[in-house]
Design a binder for this molecule. Structure first.
Ligand code: CP
Length: 308
């Protein structure tokens, strides 16, 4: 049984198969409408979510399956002190697969150790968010036709932003990828990622506070919000929250064929005036998240070859 806890749980070949299947679903979703008839997805969300939970639910419903679950720790027996291990043992007899979001890093790993069904990490603390990475990759691949040989800028909260950590881990596996990491000093990527993934992996990267300077070099700009819920004090959040605001004036420095991605939710790091720029693809990205989650559910349930 396979789980998805980190993007590295998938080989490049498996990743490419999921993205290819997601693109096939995108072209003809109706063809897949009964692949998961009779199957159930449990969504165990101990932390708030709009896109990840609802896109997982939409994905399973689109495949003909059913969904059950909870959307906050308060509405589950976690509020009475039940452990993740006990919860997943029980859910394993209610559902065929589950997606779990938890504020504590490693909680989905613990769940996978005690689970009788595939566990998908839907975001654990500031650690990983592999299905957002699948969403990001299918967006880039669909729009640009490739995942290699590009300069990707990542801007905002690179310290706490788990989507950034997962995307770096995934993109380093493709040749010719250069990273421009744009953040205030306090929100630079974690040391382990810089040392073990970028430096030890001989990756081409630069860390900077100057978005405008590097804007003309970027093929993709991945904007992120400052993660208020992970700060220890409100003063630091208020001081840092508006460090980078992408607006129409800054977009003038960008290539004509650069794409702006954002995992969403947005707070104010992208001005709404940018939404009408054809290079702004974050809402399309959220839509593509459903197709790639359909592909992931099919793959983890062993149904990826059920439609020829
Ligand atoms: N991108 C993302 O994880 O959004 P939600 O927090 O709304 O699920």
């Amino acid at each position: 049984m396979k789980h998805l806890i980190s993007p590295l749980d998938l080989s490049i070949e498996e990743l490419d198969q999921i993205l290819t299947l997601g693109q096939s679903i995108m072209k003809d979703p109706q063809k897949y409408a009964h692949v998961c008839d009779g199957k159930k997805l449990a969504t165990l969300f101990y932390e708030p979510s709009t896109r990840t939970r609802l896109s997982f639910e939409a994905a399973m419903l689109n495949l003909g399956g059913s969904v059950l679950g909870f959307s906050s720790a308060d509405s589950s027996s976690a509020a009475k002190g039940e452990s993740v291990a006990d919860t997943i043992r029980v859910i394993s007899s209610y559902a065929d697969i589950c997606a779990m979001r938890h504020p504590k890093e490693g909680a989905p790993t613990v769940a996978a150790m005690h689970s009788g069904i595939p566990v998908i990490n839907a975001g654990d603390g500031g650690h990983n968010h592999p299905t957002q990475t699948l969403t990001d990759l299918i967006t880039i691949k669909t729009l640009m036709g490739r995942l290699d040989h590009m300069t990707i800028g990542m801007c905002g909260d690179l310290k706490f932003g788990r989507t950034v950590h997962s995307l770096i881990n995934a993109m380093v596996r493709y040749p010719g990828v250069r990273f421009v990491l744009i953040s205030p000093d306090e929100l630079r990527i974690p040391d382990y990622l810089r040392q073990e993934v970028l430096i030890d992996g001989n990756m081409d990267f630069v860390e900077t506070k100057d978005l405008e300077k590097y804007m003309p070099e970027l093929d993709v700009l991945y904007m992120t919000r400052v993660q208020r819920e992970r700060f220890f004090n409100e003063e630091d959040y208020i001081r840092l929250k508006d460090s980078f605001i992408l607006d129409a004036a800054k977009m003038q420095y960008a290539k004509k064929d650069m794409y702006v991605l954002h995992p969403l939710p947005r707070v104010n790091e992208i001005s709404t005036e940018v939404d009408k720029d054809p290079r702004a693809v974050y809402f399309l990205q959220a839509k593509y998240g459903v197709y790639v989650r359909m592909a992931l559910i099919m793959t983890l349930l062993g149904l990826e070859d059920s439609i020829c």
